[in-house]
Design a binder for this molecule. Structure first.
Ligand code: HEM
Ligand code: NAG
Length: 504
């Protein structure tokens, strides 16, 4: 969240009017033993310190860690935010006390609208709706058997990606944009999996623009933390309703097209045999009589598309940056591909027998988790963690880089070194069950249900891209700039452009 200095000044002025009144009503929270944290102002807490710092949130948090330690509190207006950044505390919360920490906090009004009142896997409270939606996506949408039915979709997308890279390079003296191209490929795959209908490039672009608009609209605003400022944001609220209407209008035709294809098998020759929305049309949700409505299906589809697009593409961008910086990693990978498949095109099942590739991917997710915070957790009842009170309604945030770069858990944590995962070296259980050392997908009951699919995608894309091309820096002989910026995921500040040379 960013705030311009002018708005900052105006808000500060208005707020000071409320401060005196409100500051007398904070006695209840005084009795709680919250984790320590930087001192804040009445009512607004640390909100303006964070928003006015001009720093991305993850950077602000990183700088507070040395001073406030592995568990601390930020008061973000009316929200109490508790930040965890040490493996044992995360294990205690999400594994040992997993059931208590498995819920989400109340949503802000914008998110309530886009989630159809918390009717998505990621937004729902820990309870019957979450259980039904989660079971459905895990058992019916993303099961190993269902993933197999989309193998040809992934192959087509990979072939198209390679073609697009080749023609972009031909037109630009060998240079290609990495994130943009892989992101598009991931989006195409997820669209097919979600809707089971073929779309032309123009439609795909339109869908993509829509998703981006939604993501921007979902960015938190100052009135999400200070509800008393809501009267000043009516224009933004109107915009939210409009974007939601547009989103529904864009997606519903595809939902209806698929609904009729499922009802009349054989009527649409382009229809896939299976898609995620098939599982939603007659889904029974605990405690409900009717299956999901169209707007609810829109929210569930939007979650499916968003969950796996930017996250995966971000991982690929960092991987290519590492290959350019470390030509030996790239050539070791290429040698492994050649030794495994010879002259034929590498396929996803081949990647299961490529220990070096698997080590590269793990190291990639350790060093560059696509999101630095897992989704916000909350607690179902008052509970203690490290001796402090965690009250219901608070936002529990987990800052994962602090764990995957903890010198007590890793040797040379700042180095990018896939070899650490090879025989006899270090290891980490990515699901966290046997101990938390890295958690790019979260751990516990809310662990990412797309983990399996994401791993297939990352392995496949990297294997194909390294088999087809040799990657080097653009402009030639320059160093890669590893600065980062927050853009829903943590991407490279200078979006990566690279030189590719087809291998022959
Ligand atoms: C590299 C790729 C991906 C990364 C790094 C990633 C990461 C995450 C993380 C950190 C969480 C939050 C866990 C928590 O709250 O503790 C999450 C949740 C989720 N992810 Fe992913 N994800 C990826 C790919 C996918 C894909 C491909 C899908 C689906 C198509 C997906 C769907 C979801 C959903 C539905 C949730 C919510 C789970 C719940 O609240 O129960 N993700 N993911
Ligand atoms: C969570 O679901 C909302 C809809 O409720 C969607 O807009 C958002 O992109 C989803 N986030 C993730 C990370 O899946």
């Amino acid at each position: 969240m960013e705030l311009s200095p002018t708005i900052f000044a105006i808000l500060a002025f208005f707020l000071s009017a409320f401060i005196f009144l409100r500051s007398r009503t904070t006695s209840k929270s005084k009795r709680l033993n919250l984790p320590p944290g930087p001192p804040g102002w009445p009512v607004v807490g640390n909100l303006f310190q964070v928003a006015g710092s001009g720093k991305p949130f993850f950077q602000y948090i990183r700088e507070l860690l040395p001073k406030y330690g592995p568990i601390f509190t930020l008061k973000m207006g009316s929200r109490t935010m508790i930040i965890l950044s040490r493996a044992d505390l995360v294990h205690e919360a999400l594994i040992e006390k997993g059931a208590i920490f498995a819920t989400r906090p109340a949503e802000n009004p914008t998110r309530t609208i886009f989630s159809s009142n918390k009717f998505t896997v990621n937004a729902s409270y820990y309870g019957p709706v979450w259980r039904s939606l989660r079971r459905n996506i895990v058992q019916n949408g993303l099961s190993a058997a269902k993933l197999r039915t989309f193998r040809h979709v992934r192959e087509t997308a990979m072939d198209k990606l390679v073609e697009r890279l080749k023609s972009e390079a031909a037109a630009n003296g060998g240079a290609v944009w990495v994130l943009k191209n892989t992101r598009f490929a991931m989006f195409c795959i997820l669209l097919s999996m979600c809707f089971g209908v073929e779309m032309d490039e123009k439609t795909i672009q339109k869908m993509d623009d829509m998703m981006k608009t939604v993501l921007i609209t979902l960015d938190p605003r100052i009135d999400d933390f200070l509800p008393l400022l809501r009267p000043f944001f009516s224009k933004q609220r109107k915009r939210v309703t409009e974007v939601r209407k547009q989103q529904i209008a864009t997606l519903v035709p595809f939902i209806e097209q698929r609904r009729s294809a499922v009802k009349n098998p054989g009527s649409d020759p382009t229809a896939a045999e299976f898609s995620y929305i098939d599982t939603l049309f007659d889904l029974t949700v605990e405690g409900r009589k009717l299956p999901p409505t169209n707007p609810e299906i829109v929210s569930l589809c939007s979650e499916f598309l968003n969950g796996g697009t930017d996250t995966t593409a971000t991982a690929i961008e960092w991987a290519i940056a590492r290959f350019i910086e470390n030509p030996s990693v790239q050539s070791k990978l290429y040698d492994e591909i050649k030794a495994t498949v010879g002259e034929k095109t590498v396929e996803e099942k081949d990647t299961e027998n490529m220990p070096y590739l698997n080590a590269v991917v793990k190291e990639l997710l350790r060093k560059h988790p696509p999101t630095y915070f897992v989704l916000t957790h909350s607690v179902t009842e008052p509970v203690k963690l490290a001796g402090y009170d965690i009250p219901p309604g608070s936002n529990v945030e987990i800052f994962t880089p602090a764990i995957s770069e903890d010198p007590n858990l890793w040797s040379n944590p700042n180095e990018f070194d896939p070899d650490r995962f090879l025989s006899g070296g270090e290891d980490a259980d990515i699901t966290g069950v046997t101990g938390v050392k890295m958690m790019p997908f979260g751990v516990g009951r809310r662990i990412c249900p797309g983990l399996g699919l994401a791993m297939v995608h990352i392995n496949l894309v990297l294997a194909r891209m390294v088999q087809e091309f040799e990657w080097s820096s653009y402009p030639e002989d320059t160093k890669v700039d590893f600065s980062e910026k927050l853009e829903f995921t943590v991407v490279m500040k200078k979006s990566l452009r690279a030189m590719i040379k087809p291998r022959v």
